[in-house]
Design a protein around this ligand. Structure first.
Ligand code: SF4
Length: 445
């Protein structure tokens, strides 16, 4: 194992401040950084010695021998579950990184804890595998969340295609009237927070509203696991579940890893999964839609869900390209990066008209995730601006609508996820082939 690099910012909010120095010995679970504003405690994920404290990270040289034991978290009142969650440094492990202690500290007045088990990004498998293999502790995590936030209902939102996990969950909750399952269609983006609220509660929130406006919180299923570990074992949040997939020696099947020490390098994870099968296009940290390109020496954080090695990019030989940006896909910068890697020249950029900035400069949010407002106008713009190709980052429904107009205008279409989908043998995002409606289980069970 190489050096472990633990970033001081792994959450929404301000970076944490280091409380260790070079030369300090640390154990698994030693607190090494604390928040300076909104944030969450950070712990060492290994036994070892602090090598360097840099502006943005703490570098630890791990000991050769790594014991399972960890330093338990300490709070004034051991029965205070919210205090345990806060002290454990848990954040939204699905990628959002919002401090969980702040989120579930809201009084939901008998409302809902909605479990985001959509695992919407294609190729990722670790959330579903957790539900299948760590069912009981995940459900206990949900019950703790409901108790802390004063919610009377827990709803697990999961895609219908995950039949085995749905059946296991169904058996596990059958005697608990407070818990139900909501089946989601296999379209992108069902895992967007407000999409989960809309699908489960039939309430469409504005892009500026939080789920609390519907008396709900949305919690990723790995976050539930970490909550249960903090409450039952006093375990700090220093490990991460993830999927490594792509152009790897041995094939393109997903490799699922549980409890990887935060700070492990992307390169170490790829080696564990067999190593890169050269040549390759890029390495992505996260999912195909919202992930970012990364490097072998980048460290895994509390929010890393996927590491993907892709095939090489097609070469557009400098052809003019229009970019159609979605709130739930890559940012404009990411789309430009992909265009550059395809050797295209950006001549026009448009946003889906439902992609809005909730406040100036903030990340885009969709007004109604996954329900297309029509894209013909955007295709007309691209044509007028001289594009021959378009790269779209749209949801399933909008990609389908693009395909209703772009080919007629002789615009050749790529989706920003094409190189990933081709790598993992997934169908490309073009035409919608699944129904947006899903029959629910009787009584949600
Ligand atoms: S409607 Fe537009 S902004 Fe919303 S998810 Fe679809 S493409 Fe993205």
């Amino acid at each position: 194992m190489g050096n472990v690099q633990i970033l001081l910012r792994q959450h929404v909010g301000a970076p944490c401040a280091a409380i260790v120095q070079a030369g300090d010995e640390v154990k698994k679970g030693t607190k090494i950084a604390t928040p300076t504003g909104l944030g969450a405690n950070i712990f060492s994920s290994v036994y070892g010695v602090v090598e360097e404290v840099l502006e943005d990270r703490i570098v630890i040289r791990p000991d050769e021998e790594q014991k399972e034991e960890f330093v338990p978290i300490e709070v004034e009142d051991e029965n205070d579950k919210l205090a345990l969650v806060k002290e454990a440094g848990i954040v939204g492990m699905g990628g959002a990184g919002f401090p969980t202690g702040v989120k579930i500290g809201t009084d939901l007045k008998g409302g809902y804890v909605l479990v985001n088990a959509a695992e919407c990004e294609p190729g990722l498998r670790h959330n579903i595998m957790q539900l299948e293999e760590k069912t009981d502790i995940t459900i206990r995590g949900l019950k703790y969340c409901m108790e802390i936030s004063n919610a009377s209902k827990g709803i697990i939102a999961i895609k219908k295609k995950n039949e085995k996990a749905v059946q296991i969950l169904r058996d596990a909750i059958k005697d608990d009237d407070s818990l139900t399952i909501h089946l989601l269609p296999d379209i992108y983006p069902m895992g967007e927070e407000r999409a989960v609220v809309r699908e489960c509660l039939d309430k469409l929130l504005d892009p500026t509203q939080l789920p609390s406006a519907a008396d709900a919180v949305v919690i990723n299923c790995e976050t539930l696991l970490r909550i249960a570990e903090a409450i039952e074992e006093k375990k700090p949040c220093y490990s991460k579940n993830m999927t490594v997939i792509g152009k790897l020696n041995g094939g393109n099947e997903p490799h699922v890893y549980m409890d990887i020490p935060v700070g492990t390098s992307v390169g170490d994870m790829i080696e564990r999964a067999g190593g890169i099968e050269e040549p390759y296009g890029e390495i992505i940290m996260g999912g195909p839609f919202t992930g970012k390109s990364t490097t072998l020496d980048a460290p895994v954080t509390k929010t890393t869900g996927g590491i993907i090695v892709t095939i090489e990019f097609p070469d557009l030989h400098g052809a003019p390209v229009g970019l159609l940006v979605c709130a739930c896909g890559g940012s404009e910068d990411r789309m430009r990066e992909i265009c550059e890697k395809m050797n295209g020249k950006v001549v026009s950029v448009a946003r889906c008209k439902q992609a809005v900035e909730p406040k100036p400069g903030a990340a885009l949010k969709c007004e109604n995730p996954g329900n297309c407002p029509g894209q013909a106008q955007k295709c007309l713009q691209f044509k007028k601006d001289g594009a021959e190709y378009i790269i779209i980052g749209n949801c399933s429904d909008c990609s389908n609508t693009v395909m209703g107009s772009a080919p007629k205008m002789k615009l050749k279409t790529f989706h920003q996820t094409d190189h990933v989908m081709r790598t993992i043998g997934h169908s490309l995002y073009r035409r919608l082939t699944v129904s947006k409606q899903v029959d629910q289980l009787p009584n949600g069970k």
